[in-house]
Every structure is written in structure tokens, then in C-alpha cells.
Design a binder for this molecule. Structure first.
Ligand code: PEP
Length: 247
């Protein structure tokens, strides 16, 4: 039985004061029905870790090198020092605006695992690819590229977020059927690469305009184990409603 996993993604939002207020409003409300967490800006990681007892804290990115001349980057060791155990890798905004490739994400995932962290690896097709009926080939390639060479036991513990790019921040969510079918093919690709036990263990999230009023429908699907949530993770009340929706 896979434990549900629900993470918010604040993107480039919230000061330290706002992050503290969010944790004060949400942390005590967190249940054990799922792993609940938020991916927060680097500048607020320390505040979030200090104010968390139950809500997990994730970084939104990291570099694969341990240190060196990489201005503006953050290493896994630096995240570890802050007590951060989760990291979102390869979000479509990182791929789109910062040219991240499957190869980069693969290196980052390996380093995150080596450092005892759990990566949330994002995949998903663009609108152009969706309309050209390329979802399956694009997503299978991203999954195999991002997970290449990883150890099967490590893949069991990581998380894959399927986020169709056309549904992120647009208010346009994928139908439950599209989300389920694509999450099923993500699992199938993991099965091809690492075998059935790993495919049955790995947790797969859907992301793209998930809100308190539609999360239950997505979560009822066989291959959807959770959600990665942008907009609706920013407010205390909507995040609490999301927590309440996971029974
Ligand atoms: C995201 O940031 O990963 C996301 C899915 O955003 P939204 O929920 O706002 O579409």
C-alpha cells in the first residue's frame, strides 16, 4: 500500500515572515494520512524547518556538484545542513526557463539520494507535445532519462510528479482520465526499467491546477498516489482544506 504524498510548491513566493505564518497556521493541522510537505524558496528553508513538526520541507532545486564555482547555486550538503530531506527536481519551470535537461535532473537525483534526500522528479509534456499526441513518448523518455543508472531500491523511495505543462498555473487541469492514464504509463516505464516491485512501490503524483475541490477525484485513481500543488498551496486555508480532503 503506497502512502499518499501531497506537496505544495510555493515557487518564488513568500518572505520568511510569511513562511513562518504559514507553518504556524498549517503544521498542527497535518495528519498522518499522507506525507504532506511544501517546496519553498531557498531563503525560507531554515525558517520552515525551524517551524515544522509534521509538515515536510523541500527545496525547489539543487546543484549536482558538492561545491565550487557555480554562482547562485546550492548543493545537497548545504540542504542537509539545514535539515532539508526533500528536493523537487526538474520542475517544468526549471526545464523551460533554466534549460534543465533530463541529464541534469538525473545527476541531481543521484546526488540527492547519495546525500540521504528524497527527490521529487518532475516530468510532463508541453501543450504542443500534448496536441501532437506525443505525451507517451515524451513522458517515457523523461522518466528513463531522469532515472537512468539509479539503484532499484532508491527508485522505490523516490517520487515522480507527472505535471502536464499546459495544466500548470493555468487553471486548466488534465481530466482525471488523462492524469490516471499518464501516471499509469509512468509506472509502466518504471516497470520496464526496474521491474514490478519497484513500479508497485514508487509513488506518483499528479500536478496541474489541483485544488481542494478536485483533489479527491484525482486521488481516487489507481496510479495517482498524490499531488504537487502550486497556487492552492500558498494560502493556509486552502492547504488545510487539501489536508482535510485526504481521508
Ligand atoms: C506546480 O507548481 O507544480 C503546479 C502544479 O502549479 P498549479 O497547481 O498552480 O497548477
Amino acid at each position: 500500500m503506497r502512502k499518499p504524498i501531497i506537496f505544495g510548491n510555493w515557487k518564488m513566493n513568500k518572505t520568511n515572515a510569511e513562511a513562518k505564518a504559514f507553518f504556524e497556521g498549517v503544521d498542527a493541522h497535518v495528519t498522518d494520512k499522507a506525507d504532506f510537505g511544501v517546496a519553498v524558496p531557498f531563503t525560507t528553508l531554515g525558517t520552515c524547518v525551524d517551524n515544522s513538526t509534521k509538515l515536510h520541507v523541500a527545496a525547489q532545486n539543487m546543484h549536482f556538484e558538492a561545491n565550487g564555482a557555480y554562482t547562485g547555486e546550492i548543493s545537497a550538503g548545504m540542504l542537509n545542513e539545514l535539515g532539508v530531506k526533500w528536493v523537487v527536481l526538474g520542475h517544468s519551470e526549471r526545464r523551460q526557463y533554466f534549460n534543465e535537461t533530463d541529464k541534469d535532473i538525473n545527476k541531481k537525483a543521484a546526488v540527492a539520494i547519495e546525500n540521504g534526500m528524497i527527490p521529487i522528479v518532475c516530468v510532463g509534456e508541453t501543450l504542443y507535445e500534448f496536441e501532437a499526441d506525443k505525451t507517451e513518448s515524451v513522458v517515457r523518455k523523461q522518466v528513463s532519462g531522469c532515472l537512468s543508472g539509479l539503484n532499484a531500491d532508491d527508485v522505490k523511495n523516490l517520487v515522480i510528479a507527472y505535471e502536464p505543462v499546459w495544466a500548470i498555473g493555468t487553471g486548466k487541469s488534465a481530466t482525471v482520465e488523462i492524469a490516471q492514464n499518464t501516471c499509469a504509463l509512468v509506472r509502466d516505464e518504471v516497470r520496464n526499467l526496474f521491474g514490478n516491485d519497484v513500479a508497485e512501490a514508487v509513488r506518483i503524483q499528479y500536478g496541474g491546477s489541483v485544488k481542494p475541490n478536485n483533489i479527491e477525484e484525482y486521488m481516487s485513481q489507481a496510479d495517482i498516489d498524490g499531488a504537487l500543488i502550486g497556487g492552492a498551496s500558498l494560502e493556509v486555508d486552502s492547504f488545510k482544506e487539501i489536508i482535510d480532503a485526504i481521508k
